[in-house]
Design a protein around this ligand. Structure first.
Ligand SMILES: NC(=O)c1ccc[n+]([C@@H]2O[C@H](COP(=O)([O-])OP(=O)(O)OC[C@H]3O[C@@H](n4cnc5c(N)ncnc54)[C@H](OP(=O)(O)O)[C@@H]3O)[C@@H](O)[C@H]2O)c1
Length: 329
């Protein structure tokens, strides 16, 4: 099969497409003929060897996919051959075939394309669980979203608006902010053009109820300062490459809560809450009320370009690799 292979840690250009043997199928696993794979920031870090988890080269990167089940281990009874599924794994998705644990896959709702499902999973699941269960967002809340042109940020904009919040999108370019407005943001702040602290103070006179931060770095403190008394700040990721240090007296003076979200831990410690949110989110996906914004699509051979775009923060919404013919139909 054709697969993108990382033979040594390095920049995106160190990933090349080669012919390799399909991976073996183990207990509890299914083989998926990949239609579309989505590219995520951790894929770039895994290839660079700088992610919190290391995978020894050679390996096939790619952590999010949708496609058709073509083989299932004898002990798998939750999925059947021919079903279209989407889900995530640590690596393996940037290939014509991927072997994934059946429990990590969800059947694509009727009427939803593989391409949409592939781009939907990680970003929307992260954003929805953050908003519903960590931030406890309520209708009428003022929500500030950093990195609003990225996968998680844009999903948080869209879902926040659907949950009834007034959304202020913060991003680094007019094109990202245009898309954020299209997906429900009422206000847009270009942090490269204005002082973020002043802009948020002017925009939200009473202070924000919730900040969602997948970026970190120097944006986090001004965003934290924009909260009203009792507001909630959720740290989700550090796409800027910098883990911010925030003076704790701000937390004391403003009486705010600083909360963290990590998908794997949330799934482990709050499985019932996750299942409830998943049901709500799948209903929204099936109703076409929420959908990922696919800002760029590449072929499998163009994998290095796709990783570069995500790694440089140039992606608007999601970047996908159209691997199979099904993805293009
Ligand atoms: N905690 C969890 O469970 C969880 C789940 C999913 C993702 N994450 C993490 O959340 C973060 C965002 O994920 P994502 O999928 O939204 O990523 P993404 O689509 O690549 O978006 C990241 C955004 O961060 C901003 N950014 C600022 N400086 C950047 C830089 N130097 N390089 C790249 N981006 C930069 C960019 O927005 P502007 O240009 O507008 O500033 C960009 O749109 C990542 O760190 C990811 O690992 C965490």
């Amino acid at each position: 099969m054709r697969a993108a292979l990382c033979r040594a840690y390095g920049p995106p250009e160190s990933v090349n497409v080669e012919q390799i043997d399909p991976p073996p199928l183990g207990p509890g696993e299914v083989r998926v003929r990949v239609g579309t794979a989505a590219v995520n920031f951790p894929d770039v870090l895994l290839v660079a060897g700088t992610y919190q988890i290391k995978v020894a080269p050679p390996f096939v990167p790619g952590s999010e996919l949708a496609g058709e089940v073509v083989e299932a281990a004898a002990d798998v009874d939750s999925l059947a051959i021919g079903q279209h599924v989407f889900g995530s794994a640590l690596v393996g998705a940037f290939a014509e075939e991927a072997v994934v644990r059946a429990t990590s896959l969800t059947v694509v709702p009727p009427g939803v394309e593989d391409r949409v499902a592939a781009a939907f999973g990680v970003a929307h699941r992260t954003a929805y669980n953050v908003l519903r269960s960590v931030a406890r967002l309520q209708a009428g809340d003022e929500l500030v979203v950093l990195g609003a042109g990225g996968g998680v940020g844009l999903a948080a904009v869209q879902l926040g608006a659907i949950l009834g919040a007034t959304v202020t999108a913060v991003a680094s370019s007019p094109d990202k902010l245009d898309v954020a407005r299209q997906l429900g943001a009422s206000r847009a702040v270009d942090h490269r053009k204005v002082d973020l602290r002043e802009a948020l103070r002017d925009a939200i006179a009473e202070g924000a109820d919730v900040v969602v931060d997948p970026v970190g770095g120097k944006l986090s403190e001004p965003a934290l300062r924009s909260l009203r008394f009792g507001g909630r700040f959720v740290t989700v990721g550090y796409a800027s490459g910098e883990i911010p240090r925030v003076p704790l007296n701000l937390v004391l003076l403003k009486g705010v809560q600083v909360l963290g979200f990590q998908f794997a831990d949330f799934a482990r410690y709050r499985p019932d809450e996750l299942a409830g949110n998943e049901g709500e989110l799948m209903a929204l996906l099936a109703s076409h009320k929420v959908f990922p914004h696919i800002g760029a699509a590449f072929s499998l051979e163009q994998v290095a370009g796709a990783l570069s775009m995500v790694g440089a923060g140039r992606a608007v919404g999601k970047v996908v690799l159209d691997v199979g013919v099904d993805a293009l139909s």
